[in-house]
Design a binder for this molecule. Sequence first.
Ligand code: GLC
Ligand code: GLC
Length: 812
Amino acid sequence: MKYGHFDDANREYVITNPKTPYPWINYLGNEDFFSLTSNTGGGYTFYKDAKFRRLTRYRYNNVPVDDGGKYFYIKDGDTVWSPGWKPMKTDLDSYECRHGMSYTKFKSAKNGVQAQILQFIPLGFWGEIQKVSLKNTSSEVKKLKLFSFIEFALWNAEDDMTNFQRNFNTGEVEIQDSVIYHKTEFKERRNHYSFYSVNQPIQGFDTDRESFLGLYNGFDNPDVVNAGKPKNTEAHGWSPIASHYIEVELQPGESKEFIYMLGYVEVDADNKWESKSVINKKPAKAMIAKFDTVEKVDAAYNDLKAYWDNLLGKINIQSGEEKLDRMVNIWNQYQCMVTFNMSRSASFFESGIGRGMGFRDSNQDLIGFVHQIPERARERIFDIASTQFEDGSCYHQYQPLTKKGNAAIGGDFNDDPLWLILSTSEYIKETGDFSLLDEMVPFDNDASRAKPHFDHLKASFYHVVNNLGPHKLPLIGRADWNDCLNLNCFSNDPNESFQTTGNKKGDTAESLMIAGLFVVYGKEYVKLCNRIGKNEEAAEAEVHVNNMIEAVKSHGWDGDWYLRAYDYYGKKIGSNENEEGKIFIESQGWCTMAEIGKEEGLVEKSLNSVKEHLDCEYGIVLNSPAFTKYYIEYGEISTYPAGYKENGGIFCHNNPWIMIGETMIGRGDAAYDYYTKIAPSFLEEISELHKVEPYVYCQMIAGKEAFKPGEAKNSWLSGTASWNFYAITQYILGVKPDYDGLSINPCIPSKWDGFKMTREFRGATYSIEVLNPDHISKGVKQLIVNGEIVNGTVIPILEKGKTHTVKVVMGK
Ligand code: GLC
Ligand code: GLC
């Protein structure tokens, strides 16, 4: 069953039934200021950091789901309704929610009144705009009462949800003209406030939640709206809100437009006050003036559209497969921007409080984003690298506001450092900008300990070399990419966190996943060293890479697949000898991507085993059989019920590793088959089961051993976005930036006749046509660039500012 449809021409998903199986959301904002908004008007707003600068309140895991947001109430006689359906849930005559590229639109109607809302954050602006249009489509005069509603959070979202003995006393607001200012804690240590405005005179307002709703009422039954009369309350403590009241008279056929703005202002410490206890409103007024007419708002909306036209114009395909095109051309790239911005911090599954930017997560997110805005990628790489230590280890997470590592979670996740080599090398390949390697980048955020960025890569590489275990395989530390394989944790205490507890010394448990990862990015490191003339460094590093390959062959092969790890006692994990968890996806992915033992057939055997033991209708599960009891020596992985999350769930992030592995041995049919199993646009028809948005990837789909296979959770913020984009564009479609050119080596389904791709690369446009006359999966017979034959599969860097025609004929 579907709840809407794709509108590819407008790059929108159009939801036509508000009762989606879970709130289907969108993100507004691209740089500093962000909102999450659901298809029924739920969600919240923050500046830079969802924990430390939360502007509006949101209650996770609420009853009913997704209650609270930016709401409008329209009172038309005795009927009260909301354009987003919620909170009133009045039956609407029509309803439509369009989630587009950084904007959301609602269009609904009731009793001869049509309401439209356009929500977006203008580029470079610290405020969200809601353009509300009301139209009288009836033949009578309409006298409407329009109430807006938002609820302020008291800035620190965690404190806001816990510290009530203080917070019920601190709330403060100011009201002037049509603007409601939220200034809690402004008189002490905060140099910022927020405001909610509307661009025309109001006939009343409310700022005290209890007065507006009534203490015993929900958002769907507000006293003030029921009475049709504001109370003009001024909040003192308790829970400040902002609600404007406007009386709207519409002649038949007439429409009116209202521009609301939720803004954020920072002032310098000497300029905080206008007069005693009165905040300096100048900057807020300037912001409001910038968008006080429909023309100005529409112009900003058009700018936003142009911005996305440009970003999405950089890679564009025509494959003949509609569902694939809409993923690659629109939604997957869009999601890559969102994960770049949010890491794993704020979604409808991530509370914005728990995690900031992840070291491994953000490095991986870059590979799906770097072609869009390379300058921002560059800055992010330095932010991440600055949280590293001289020995290569690093903080696992950092806060976006302070850019400092989170001491509470610490480090010692031994895969972390290697991802920096991935992000850095992908950045250079995309841009050709080697200069970032010489840039001075701090260790541990301490400028006096800055070293050239290259040294960070070297530290990352040697962190693995210097932390090998008994089989000369990498020590796992607290965990590798799989946060739940906690081999040194040994926790018996339910109050301990698996992420931060280490009851054993970590000098025995080893990871085959890190081994494969090290071979892939170790080779990359060697290549980079050679490319910049550090040949000795390259030769020395290569020895370590070769040693690792040998270690995997001697101690990491189980007969039909690669082992997953050795536990604290030196026992095998992910072996046919094990009763449960016989085979795992991560080491199959990384060791096949690394092509370890390819000549001996190990890569092919491993991938055949994946097909046999891990594949199912909905994707590739993480491990099989799933664990059915708690193994103290394995940690959190064995705590999840079978088929969920890291215990036998389809953890979508790692499926593309197998797709890429398949392309290493030329199996394009298998690679693409795996792609279609988890790509959301291919799952639209089963939305009822799948539950989450059909336009973005989710972290996890319940696996074959789960209670409800195919049901997904945790949409939006997942490394799945960038990895799938990377796998489909660079390995399946096979168009891959390299240091000295653009490599084209597709590995596609044999039934395809070919495909077309337009790709910007180093300032030029490549108009690529791939032909597959013999219906094979891999192999380039001829490469013709601007009419001339090029040998091999790499097109050298071509003249900037021009369009170059590339014809690729596949064949043996
Ligand atoms: C979560 C984390 C990621 C981790 C993955 C597997 O998605 O964000 O860092 O690698 O789970 O445990
Ligand atoms: C849990 C989750 C994992 C996540 C980790 C860190 O272990 O299963 O996916 O990465 O928590 O928050």
